[in-house]
Design a binder for this molecule. Structure first.
Ligand code: FAD
Length: 386
């Protein structure tokens, strides 16, 4: 098949289902090619909703140290990184006029530190060959000889890109029937589970509610250390959250057998060899070395502040999750994110069974998968298996 950049005169109609991070980035990339007519079909009244809320409203777009190890499927992501690394995604944003800043841990943000600005930049790069149709829910898909028929809009398209995300971050009412339209396709979809979420803790000391402090956190299963990271913890009414805990939850959620998992927390994060007995010979409490609420717990229950064990009851539900594990199995895809079983049908972003830890990895995957599809649509099907 002739690639689109050689087919200057033929108009090609493309539908992108979902106006989230992946869908909007793809629309902006494709818009440079006047031979394409791009329709973005979005069920909600708003677009870019999760992107605007990401990174606490600052949008941690990607990370300077992306590697497959930060995801549930390292092999798949490492293969993607050979085609599209962080520099390519960053360059695409810079070409669109978005300035970025990188913090000392490699997290990359828009220079304005304002997530909605990213959506504005994407819109600014869409020309009049992009049509965004909100309140347009796709309900069915069917391949007919003339292309993809999309129920909900009753239109035909030459290419169809699915970018409908997952129910992460949604209340029960909004996540009912999420992505049910995929039942039109004969593909393997792994069950969704909330990830990057906090943990409910057994026998939780309510007095910790409201405490926010740094610590070294380890996730153990029996005698096996699964995860260790230093970072901020936020104590809630019945459990614990914060980036370090969200990252521990990504590891926990991937376990088939979750029995015997617990967190071990060292509140003296800045000096793991701190001699607490020596300190207490000179001072009546630990108020000079830990958060007041941790000191209160120490005074009342004599906890070991260097090895404080918290037994996991369960992860918090979808509405507190930043992403979901599960989704379209990567075995269904070519390296260009085209579905092997269906012509000219692609799937990108979080709706695939790829999830990363906190730090810009999930948005990077949404953008990098969109970038790959844009290259494939414009320059040809080099990895196609049809
Ligand atoms: C609070 C929060 C903070 C986060 N912070 C970060 C961060 O800082 N860095 C990071 O890397 N990741 C972060 N994430 C994760 C990241 O935002 C997501 O992984 C990313 O937005 C996924 O993009 P997407 O385009 O695949 O899906 P989405 O952004 O979820 O977009 C999917 C779109 O499809 C639409 N849709 C669904 N079904 C249909 C249908 N049938 N028809 C039409 N439209 C449909 C939806 O309404 C939605 O607009 C955060 C997530 C949350 C919830």
């Amino acid at each position: 098949m002739l690639s689109l950049h050689k087919q200057k005169k033929i108009k090609v109609k493309i539908a992108i289902v979902g106006a989230g991070a992946a869908g909007l980035f793809l629309a902006a990339l494709l818009s440079k090619h006047p031979q394409l007519q791009i329709y973005v079909l979005e069920k909600s009244t708003k677009t870019g909703t999760k992107l605007k809320a990401s990174g606490g409203g600052k949008a941690n777009l990607l990370n300077a140290h992306i590697s497959g190890d930060c995801y549930n499927n390292a092999a798949f992501v490492n293969k993607l990184l050979q085609q599209v690394d962080g520099n390519k995604v960053l360059q695409a944003f810079h070409d669109m006029g978005l300035a970025t800043v990188t913090d000392e841990e490699g997290r990359i943000y828009p220079a304005s530190l304002y997530a909605p600005a990213v959506v504005e930049v994407l819109y600014a790069n869409m020309k009049n060959n992009v049509h965004i149709l909100t309140e347009t829910e796709v309900k069915t898909l069917e391949y007919r000889s003339s292309g993809w028929h999309v129920g909900g809009v009753d239109m035909f398209f030459d290419r169809l890109v699915l970018a409908t995300g997952t129910p992460a971050g949604m209340i029960r009412k909004n996540r009912a029937g999420y992505n049910d339209y995929l039942s039109c396709l004969d593909i393997k979809i792994n069950a969704y589970k909330p990830s990057l979420t906090g943990f409910k803790i057994k026998h939780y000391p309510a007095m910790l509610h409201g405490c926010r402090t740094r610590a070294v956190v380890k996730l153990w299963q029996g005698k096996t250390l699964l995860f260790e990271e230093r970072g901020e913890l936020t104590f809630k009414e019945d459990g614990v959250s914060g980036i370090v805990i969200l990252n521990a939850s990504a590891i926990y959620n991937r376990l088939k057998n979750k029995n015997g998992c617990y967190l071990m927390v060292n509140f003296l994060y800045y000096d793991e060899r701190f001699d607490i007995q020596q300190y207490l010979q000179q001072h009546a409490s630990l108020c000079g070395v830990v958060h007041p609420k941790i000191n209160e717990l120490y005074c009342k229950q004599h906890i070991d502040v260097q090895n404080y064990r918290m037994d996991i009851e369960e992860p918090y539900d979808y509405e507190f999750a930043q992403v979901c594990t599960g989704g379209i199995d990567t075995e269904e895809l070519t390296a260009d994110f085209e579905l092997k079983a269906y012509p000219h049908l692609y799937a990108i972003g979080e709706m695939l069974d790829i999830d990363g830890v906190c730090g810009g990895y999930n948005l990077f995957f949404a953008f990098a998968s969109a970038y790959t599809v844009a290259q494939n649509i414009v320059y040809g099907d080099k990895n196609s298996e049809h």
